[in-house]
Design a binder for this molecule. Structure first.
Ligand code: PCA
Length: 213
């Protein structure tokens, strides 16, 4: 048997905002310990709490020393798998997090740059998913809640480690949560595919992926 060449850190979130499930915790639970290509997946579920989620993420980064990091979050109301293009340096919570924290207009990292780009091949991921008939689109905003907070903190933590590719993907609800939704089987397949593409694509493809609005 071939030994794994390296680790892929895959994170999800616990349920939040009164929900009893979060599709991303389910996906991560299914993929933890799996091999994707020559990599081994390390799955971690983060608390949906400003600050605490980042502490857990940094511990996971230290322990697993991954070559690739993909953080996942639920985006209720979206119909597609959406790799995020950019993380912005602001927390602005419309609802309290799971610890009752609700920061408004505060930077994720004081003095940090306004934004960090994802270093995942977001366009290639979208193209590969669409080829499998899985609805996908590049998203231009990860919002300003805990997901963007984790995404920004991830890219900030890795800013001097350009060899480690990293980014964030939002996913739709599960069918039990509302509509639009995607089955757990499709979500899991999509994330495996996205991870494979991210692991093997050095240079992202250049296709127009933006929407007018
Ligand atoms: N989605 C939220 C936080 C946790 C999650 O799964 C967000 O989009 O910010």
């Amino acid at each position: 048997m071939k030994t794994a060449a390296g680790k892929i850190l895959l994170t999800g979130f616990e349920p939040f905002g009164g929900d009893s499930v979060n599709p991303t915790a389910e996906i991560v639970g299914r993929l933890h310990g799996m091999r994707i290509g020559r990599h081994e997946v390390v799955g971690v579920v983060l608390p949906c709490v400003f600050g605490d989620a980042v502490v857990r993420l940094k511990t996971a980064l230290r322990r697993s020393a991954p070559q690739l990091v993909i953080c996942l979050g639920q985006a209720g109301g979206r119909a597609e798998i959406t790799p995020e293009r950019v993380a912005i340096n602001v927390d602005d919570a419309r609802i309290p997090d799971n610890a009752g924290r609700q920061p408004v207009d505060v930077p994720v990292v004081r003095g940090g740059p306004a934004a960090y780009w994802s270093t995942l091949p977001v366009k290639a991921i979208v193209a590969a998913l669409r080829k499998q008939n899985i609805p996908a689109a590049v998203s231009q905003t990860a919002g300003t809640f805990v997901c963007n907070h984790v995404f920004y903190s991830l890219m900030h933590a890795l800013r001097r480690r350009r060899a480690v590719r990293a980014g964030f993907i939002h996913v739709p609800w599960l069918p039990t949560q509302g509509k639009p939704a995607m089955s757990l089987a499709t979500l899991t397949k999509a994330i495996v595919l996205a991870t494979e593409v991210a692991a093997r694509t050095k240079q992202d493809i250049k296709t127009a992926g933006g929407r007018l609005h």
